[in-house]
Design a protein around this ligand. Sequence first.
Ligand SMILES: *[C@@H]1O[C@H](CO)[C@@H](O)[C@H](O)[C@H]1NC(C)=O
Ligand SMILES: *[C@@H]1O[C@H](CO)[C@@H](O)[C@H](O)[C@H]1NC(C)=O
Ligand SMILES: *[C@@H]1O[C@H](CO)[C@@H](O)[C@H](O)[C@H]1NC(C)=O
Ligand SMILES: *[C@@H]1O[C@H](CO)[C@@H](O)[C@H](O)[C@H]1NC(C)=O
Ligand SMILES: *[C@@H]1O[C@H](CO)[C@@H](O)[C@H](O)[C@H]1NC(C)=O
Ligand SMILES: *[C@@H]1O[C@H](CO)[C@@H](O)[C@H](O)[C@H]1NC(C)=O
Length: 604
Amino acid sequence: MRAFPSLCAAALLLQSALAVTIPEINGDRYISPYKGKSVSGVKGLVTAKGSSGFYLRSTDADSDDRTSNSVYIYGSRGVSQVAVGDIITLSGKVAEYRSSSSYVYSTEIESPSDITILSSGNDVTPIVIGQDDLDPPTEQYSSLDDGDVFSLPGDSSLLSTTNPVLEPTEYGMDFWQSLSGELATLTGVTAVGKANKYGDTWVTGNWPVTGRNDRGGLTMRANDSNPESIVIGSPLDGSDNPTDTKLGDTFDDITGIITQAYGFYTLLPLTALSRTGSNATEAAATTLTSDGTCSAITIGDYNVDNFSPESTTMSGIADHIANYLKSPTIVFLQEIQDNSGPTDNGVVSANVTLSKLASAIKEQGGVEYNYTDIDPINDTNGGEHGGNIRVAYLYDPSVVRLRNYHPGSSTDATEVLAGGGLSYNPGLIDPSNAAWNDSRKPLAAEWETLDGKNSFYTINVHFTSKYDSTSLEGDPRPPVNGWVENRVEQAKVVAKFVTSILSVKSDAKIVTAGDFNEYAFVEPVEVFASKSTLQDLEEVAGIPATERYTYLYNQNCESLDHMFISSALTSGAKMEHIHVNTWVSTAEEMSDHDPTVALLNVCE
Ligand SMILES: *[C@@H]1O[C@H](CO)[C@@H](O)[C@H](O)[C@H]1NC(C)=O
Ligand SMILES: *[C@@H]1O[C@H](CO)[C@@H](O)[C@H](O)[C@H]1NC(C)=O
Ligand SMILES: *[C@@H]1O[C@H](CO)[C@@H](O)[C@H](O)[C@H]1NC(C)=O
Ligand SMILES: *[C@@H]1O[C@H](CO)[C@@H](O)[C@H](O)[C@H]1NC(C)=O
Ligand SMILES: *[C@@H]1O[C@H](CO)[C@@H](O)[C@H](O)[C@H]1NC(C)=O
Ligand SMILES: *[C@@H]1O[C@H](CO)[C@@H](O)[C@H](O)[C@H]1NC(C)=O
């Protein structure tokens, strides 16, 4: 016969539910089963203190590796009553806290009271990440991502409402969540990012990683966005982390508290990071140089980051183009601002910006470039307000010229003529298409060598950026990939133009390059590749997947910039990414992107 608890036993159960352990409070999911409830008799060891609270590790740890043994006790009143090494009991209220609606919640106990110190001076031993099989998963973030953190649509579910059971050996977020509030040591610490202005630095420790590149960073690859890294946040003792760290730097062991801060799993170190070594060798100049003939034309591509006549990066960017890219025959530029920079005064011409850059390149020992671009309609290209950023070409007029130069205006759509020429050269691709609303219109051009015998086409793109994206470690799953639908539409418009050239001239030599603001394995670039039939030059040139990056964002070396070529150009094609910006500290950067150089044979 089945026994039902008596009324009296049920009442006892209710009462004892208040006296819970820290693992019970955390539970095996993201949101505490005790959220909003008052708890008492919570027992633990004080492992660390911050200015507004302290961290408590259960003295009754369970054997479930999903339930964190530690929790944050929020409330500055409590801080003054306890010391690290005290074993205490307390009462309080379980709460879930986050500072923005797109972040993951952290479980904490608020308004601690009845703090009783049972003993003091106890040993505080951090757990060690990377020891005893405590290794973070290296590829997937969350079970809610459908196998791919970039699968669409983003924001299909929320961790906070779906509240999945943690799988710490499968998913990176679940791993770090299962250690939330825990005092942990990292050994073998290597920077996989560069410090931001607050000194926050992404690192890996002594545990297995995937995607490691030659520099010591982690390269984002298809279905591998590197959740095995963690960001080191502000030290709990109020000291400051260095702000000049670089990709690949090494550090002393770090001990601190694992938590969620500003949308990422973070280790708050007890004291500031201390650097032990650096991989600060400079990026080398490209080995790909033009000989001035059709058999060796070089193409550069560089997003020069809100570049205006007043840019303090003028000589640095010029040095990159002259001495690191070795003056490519044609340079695809993105983010060229008008002559008045970000001043919103109706000026749209960038002839001063571009001629100053051309002169600076000459001064740095480069070739004497000519340039071409099309002024946008005031304030319709997005980007920095008033800057009127656009794409533009620099070209070496001693090697190539625009075939039958007759430029279009900001509203003219260039089209492919029956003979293969462009109706406007250079010309914008379908500039009134809604796909380009508040974004840069792609610039198509047809070029020829000075003997007129060899011709080829270029398309310079700068798709809508990923602003409004949510953190890879945020609440919406998969994360919101900001403006991805716009980039898909943009990819289709450019691909259609490419196929219109190929339908007139199946062996046309076409280079489409620029800042696609998207990764090669995510829908906009996949759509572009399949619809245009162009080939990704990284693939053609055989660049290893771990060395495909032009951008360093948080923990990932990644590629937003791409070059695609038609099959008539693939033979002997070469490509190099020149890491002049990802390998230096934030203060030393000339742009947030690295440039790229390609070598192509355009001979008939
Ligand atoms: C990435 O994961 C998705 C979903 O599991 C899968 O469909 C796709 O084939 C994977 N891509 C690669 C390159 O492994
Ligand atoms: C520098 O990078 C190499 C890999 O190229 C790595 O083996 C080495 O540990 C790094 N050194 C430092 C100090 O980070
Ligand atoms: C364009 O330029 C003028 C200055 O002539 C500026 O005040 C205006 O706000 C700009 N934007 C638009 C959308 O017209
Ligand atoms: C820019 O264009 C304006 C108007 O056509 C012209 O007066 C000026 O000389 C040009 N400046 C340079 C540096 O080319
Ligand atoms: C520079 O380009 C302009 C068109 O943009 C052209 O008129 C001029 O002749 C070119 N200069 C040289 C030296 O090729
Ligand atoms: C263009 O973008 C603006 C704001 O960026 C928006 O208000 C407008 O509806 C958009 N228009 C189209 C046709 O998408």
